[in-house]
Design a protein around this ligand. Structure first.
Ligand code: ZN
Ligand code: ZN
Length: 103
């Protein structure tokens, strides 16, 4: 579930995606997450945290406690703390292309 990020540049990623030919947006996004890791942009539905790029559930908050290390830089779409959430605004500054591509 927790994937290690691989050092890869944007152009390397795009070349790799091109080599895959015709794939759906959803497939592409999942592959991007496999290659470079999940985005730190996430969303919460019913206590579960999802990756905003590939929609994979990262944690089921009802059955397990999130690893604070893995979720420490999260930016939430429609954050439960409101649109003026200071944490999300702070974390947003740390995002890189790896978090923002296709999200
Ligand atoms: Zn993902
Ligand atoms: Zn927030």
């Amino acid at each position: 579930m927790y994937r290690r990020k691989i050092a890869m540049t944007t152009s390397e990623l795009k070349t790799k995606l091109k080599s895959l030919g015709n794939i759906t947006k959803k497939q592409r996004n999942s592959i991007v997450c496999i290659l470079i890791g999940h985005s730190r942009i996430r969303y919460i539905t019913w206590g579960c945290i999802y990756c905003a790029r590939c929609d994979e559930m990262l944690i089921d908050g009802l059955v397990s406690t999130p690893d604070p290390e893995y979720f420490k830089d999260d930016v939430y779409i429609e954050c439960p703390h409101g649109s003026n959430c200071k944490k999300c605004a702070e974390h947003k500054k740390k995002l890189t292309w790896k978090d923002e591509i296709f999200v």
